[in-house]
Design a protein around this ligand. Sequence first.
Ligand SMILES: CC(C)(COP(=O)(O)OP(=O)(O)OC[C@H]1O[C@@H](n2cnc3c(N)ncnc32)[C@H](O)[C@@H]1OP(=O)(O)O)[C@@H](O)C(=O)NCCC(=O)NCCS
Length: 247
Amino acid sequence: MTLNQLFPLETDPKTGEPFLRLRKHPNVILTPMRWEDAPHFVPIFNDPRVYQWLMRTPFPYAHKDAEDWLQIAKPKSDALLQELLDAQGSDKLKTIDGCPVPSIREVKEDGTQVYIGNITFGRCMHPELIDTDTIDHEHAEEKKAANDALQVGDPKIIYSIGDYLDPKYHGQGIMTDALDTILHEWAIPRMNVRRILTGAFIGNVGSVRVFQKNGFKMLRTVDEFAVVRGTMRGLHVLEWRADEDPV
Ligand SMILES: CC(C)(COP(=O)(O)OP(=O)(O)OC[C@H]1O[C@@H](n2cnc3c(N)ncnc32)[C@H](O)[C@@H]1OP(=O)(O)O)[C@@H](O)C(=O)NCCC(=O)NCCS
């Protein structure tokens, strides 16, 4: 029997794009990245309710920053989709190293879609936090190399999550739902994600809640983690393990 390698993604009959509908917000979907999203990044990343919690985005954030980011991220994301399409016809669902539908969009009543954020799974972005009680800069590079070298689908891979939402949509349960949906409908069954290590700056109550509501445990708090835009920031370190997932 041949299987649809995009399962459980649906296909938009108008655009042909795959998408994943959130479990509790049927008017919110996850889709591939689009070149035309660039102008929508700019107000989001210039808003202090977003940028103060992010480590790597430039501030002030210009249209060129958005274009540069899309040039890096979109081909990687699209390559995941292509990998799945290339495997169509196979009788076994392919395990893959990411989710090809990271862009969060609201679907309006008239069918138009509004870009509202992103949720991305990737190999651990904080190798200095792996298997240590503090911050292990000394072995970070070798831990990263070892994690990156694991074969796709290896249950030992440690993943991280990056996410943000347009502030107009904060506090409506959307990111809690997006994480629940992507975790259970894609990351576990299609990526074989078994362990996630992630961080949120001290004070980012909303982000910590999103993770905790999805079964992440607070591992520790590092008071002095990194200087970001001139200020020393502390980090809450959270972990999710599949064998402790309540669902
Ligand atoms: C963090 C973020 C993604 C949360 O998304 P969201 O859709 O607003 O979160 P939810 O609505 O699902 O809220 C989850 C919980 O957090 C609480 N919460 C959300 N934002 C909060 C805030 N600013 N302060 C206090 N609690 C907050 C909600 O009340 C809810 O808790 P409850 O169910 O116990 O009431 C969003 O605020 C954001 O984009 N922040 C800027 C970027 C960022 O911080 N990214 C994460 C980096 S680690």
